[in-house]
Write a protein that binds this ligand. Structure first.
Ligand code: SAM
Length: 366
């Protein structure tokens, strides 16, 4: 196989006709083929990871039809959302939108975007039900039918959104560089992208995109992890943090035969719209979590290697200090030190694959 036959999403816009074919296949899969999560052929589009208890309590309030048509691969539901404007890309039938609706509260706003009419019909049908469940005088939720790679066409303006989330969607999008560029256009400075998706450990052959099941099951369009980093770097987003990862089992024999040469994972990422450095630099800064995020009184995990115990100072690099002091997390951290004195590269490393930093581990960074 020639390298040119593989998806190199860091640089590729789709060839003529490919985008239209992919979009039509995806609409067919999510609008007609699938009727509930039980129809999926692999675990790719359906997370087995349990949700934190406080989210499970909200989940219990959701309408069964919305829950039945959940096709996500993670729980991209960050804290500190009260009053925030949150955008869910590829919201489907709205499970995460409604969880976010409760988390953002009556003064918040949640915008769901999806291109499949049947999915949005389900989501729309239960708007009043959820407003009532959450005690909102009027719904704080709105849905837009359209392409998430063209948010401008939906009237979503520059720097208007606090948090963008997405759950198992970006793999389905033909023009990934354009989609991520749109995300960082609409985010406010200091805003956060927090999303879960399927990733592969290698570039995948283009021809797999023509198979509607491999595409629809969120496999054929999965980004190679390193190309994802390159794609973001090309947009000036140089320090995305991995928050969670779990392997995906290809449980269908026919799919395994076609895709078994690659390994797939569901990964949750956090990336801020901030002018960060491409390496972690040491300015002698220290961050202390104040324990004030609702539902996280004892500790907060910024990513898979920053576990902040309440009240315990942790040495951090300049990028981490900026993420914590120039975002909506600022009210929840004390940052000691500034960037006037530089001590060289920050001495740190991510944990080995599959391991998460132990609470109280030494200063760590990416
Ligand atoms: C795997 S489902 C996930 C749905 C939802 N996030 C969930 O967790 O249940 C993927 C969804 O992304 C939508 N989608 C895919 N590409 C899209 C695009 N370019 N613009 C808008 N929606 C898109 C599909 O219509 C589908 O509803």
């Amino acid at each position: 196989m020639n390298i040119d036959d593989c998806n190199d999403a860091a640089t590729d816009a789709p060839e003529p006709g490919v985008a239209e074919r992919m979009e039509s296949a995806v609409r067919g899969y999510y609008g007609e083929t699938l009727h509930s999560s039980a129809d999926l052929k692999t675990s790719a589009c359906c997370t087995a990871t349990p949700m934190p208890e406080h989210l499970q309590a909200i989940l219990a309030q959701l309408h069964p039809e919305v829950k039945d048509r959940f096709y996500g691969c993670g729980s991209p539901l960050p804290p500190a959302l009260d009053g925030a404007t949150v955008l869910d890309l590829g919201c489907g039938s709205g499970r995460d939108v409604y969880l976010l609706s409760s988390l953002a509260g009556a003064s918040g706003r949640v915008i769901g975007v999806d291109m499949t009419e049947q999915q949005l019909e389900v989501a729309e049908r239960h708007r009043a039900f959820h407003a009532k469940s959450f005690g909102h005088a009027r719904s704080n939720v709105e849905f837009h039918l359209g392409d998430l790679a063209d948010l401008a066409a939906l009237g979503i303006t520059d720097a208007s959104v606090d948090v963008v989330v997405s759950n198992c969607v970006m793999n389905l999008v033909p023009d990934k560089p354009r989609a991520f560029a749109e995300i960082f256009r609409v985010l406010k400075p200091g805003g956060e992208l927090y999303f879960s998706d399927v990733f592969s450990d290698r570039r995948l052959p283009h021809e797999l995109l023509a198979d509607p099941v491999l595409l629809g099951e969120c496999l054929a369009g999965a980004l190679y992890l390193e190309d994802f980093r390159r794609l973001l770097a090309g947009l000036g987003v140089v320090d995305a943090r991995m928050c969670a990862r779990s392997p995906i089992a290809l449980t269908d024999a026919a799919i395994e035969r076609k895709m078994g040469f690659a390994n797939f994972e569901s990964v949750t990422w956090r990336a801020f719209k901030l002018p960060l450095e491409d390496r972690c630099e040491d300015y002698g800064q220290v961050a202390t979590y104040l324990g004030t995020l609702d539902e996280y009184p004892h500790a907060f995990d910024l990513d898979d290697h920053h576990h902040f115990e309440t009240g315990k100072p942790l040495r951090v690099c300049g990028n981490t200090a900026d993420m914590l002091s120039a975002s909506r997390y600022a009210a929840h951290f004390r940052i000691d030190g500034d960037k006037r004195r530089h001590f060289g590269l920050f001495d740190c490393a991510p944990p080995a694959v599959g391991k998460v930093a132990a609470p109280g581990a030494k200063a760590s960074c990416c």
